[in-house]
Design a binder for this molecule. Structure first.
Ligand SMILES: Nc1nc2c(c(=O)[nH]1)N[C@H]1C(S)=C(S)[C@@H](COP(=O)(O)O)O[C@H]1N2
Ligand SMILES: [Mo]
Length: 364
């Protein structure tokens, strides 16, 4: 019985640890050593394994809880883990299914999934420290730890706790946009959800309002460069539309303001063979491509303002594309060049992760 419980405990701990680690990896887009898609697949497989394991260990755990004497904390710990696992599982399922009809639930699902993961880290750390402390006290009484500062076990435990602690710090960083209001100009009356700021490079491209130019060239009659002043003088369109990232998070009711792409196209006059559009980001890495007719709808905007304020640097200032029918990855930030081309290329995530090329939220 004791041995079985010990095994159960360590299998359980390993699952939680690996799930947290892959979960953290999922926060970052474009990790250098593991692709997001692989992290996601591993995470899902682990989660299924964990679920099966939990089901399998219900019986011994309940039996253990019943025979425990004076161990309220242990009982609480087991209950918490089961309770959390259940919520993780259901919210995770909603995120995994990723169907448009569940969009409304996905925001709450992601919210729960994230916050539980945040809460569990200090709880697990407490649990580890508590165990270490108890073991140390027990040791002290018996052998006076033979001159060693720390046993190997304790050292390992400490390393794990340190890692969790650092991960917790990293998580907090990613919640900053949520915690500090002015960053995302969160307005709960009209907007629900929050943007996770993504970049595939390490920095945010800087720009100077006075010298910044948008180059529009390629297969066009009149290649041109537009300054910010030029662009701001062009026809404007304001609209409220939802934003959906293909990885599961959404922001509903975002106010977008900018120049319809079709207006710009009219100015440069694409040639007959310029049937595709390639956009470049000032970060030097991200690109996206579209069929020209996909962009001629008046709702496709070169966005300069979000929720009534100029774009902030990490959300694409001064200019990003927005297409209300396409996923977030099509909304390329820091656009500084639009090229009309004769052949379709893959965009950044389409090449790297095989994201669907046209990126429509509801298949058309
Ligand atoms: N230049 C650039 N544009 C980008 C990305 C990026 O990493 N770099 N990420 C895309 C993805 S996958 C999403 S979901 C949105 C996220 O927008 P946000 O950073 O404003 O939240 O930006 C898109 N545009
Ligand atoms: Mo995305």
């Amino acid at each position: 019985m004791r041995k079985q419980l010990k095994i159960i405990h360590w299998v359980h701990a390993s699952f939680v640890f690996l799930l947290l680690a892959t979960g953290i990896a999922l926060y970052f887009s474009g990790l250098p050593f593991i692709s997001k898609k692989i992290a996601r697949d591993i995470h899902i497989i682990l989660a299924i394994g964990y679920l099966l394991f939990l089901l399998y260990s219900i019986f011994p755990s309940v039996k253990y809880m019943l025979i425990l004497k004076k161990a309220g904390l242990k009982r609480l710990h087991i209950l918490i883990m089961y309770f959390f696992a259940a919520i993780w599982f259901f919210s995770g399922m909603i995120l995994w299914l990723n169907t448009p009809s569940l969009l409304e639930y996905r925001i709450s699902a992601l919210f729960l999934h994230d916050w539980l993961s945040m809460i569990i880290v200090p709880w697990v750390m407490l649990h580890i420290f508590w165990k270490l402390l108890k073991r140390r006290l027990a040791h002290k009484a018996l052998v006076q730890t033979a001159g060693k500062i720390m046993s190997r076990r304790e050292f390992l435990g400490l390393c794990v706790s340190a890692f969790l602690f650092l991960s917790f710090g990293a998580l907090l960083k990613w919640f900053k946009p949520f915690l500090t209001e002015e960053q995302t100009s969160m307005n709960l009356d009209k907007r629900r959800g929050y943007f996770r700021i993504y970049t595939v490079t390490t920095g945010i491209p800087a720009f100077d309002e006075k010298t910044w130019k948008l180059t529009v060239d390629g297969l066009v009659e009149l290649p041109q460069q537009f300054s910010l002043t030029d662009l701001k003088a062009m026809p404007r369109r304001n609209m409220v539309r939802d934003f959906h990232c293909v990885t599961g998070w959404s922001v509903l009711g975002v106010e977008w303001s900018g120049t319809p792409f079709s207006h710009l196209a009219g100015l440069v006059k694409p040639k007959a063979n310029g049937t595709y559009v390639k956009m470049y980001s000032a970060d030097g890495a991200y690109t996206e491509t579209y069929k020209i007719e996909q962009l001629m709808n008046q709702d496709v905007l070169l966005v300069f303002e979000l929720d009534g304020k100029p774009l902030i640097p990490n959300q694409g200032a001064p200019c990003r594309l927005f297409h209300p029918e396409m996923f977030g990855y099509k909304s390329i930030k820091w656009v500084d060049r639009i090229e009309f081309v004769g052949e379709r290329e893959l965009g950044y995530w389409e090449a790297l992760e095989h994201y669907e090329l046209n990126g429509y939220i509801e298949a058309t």
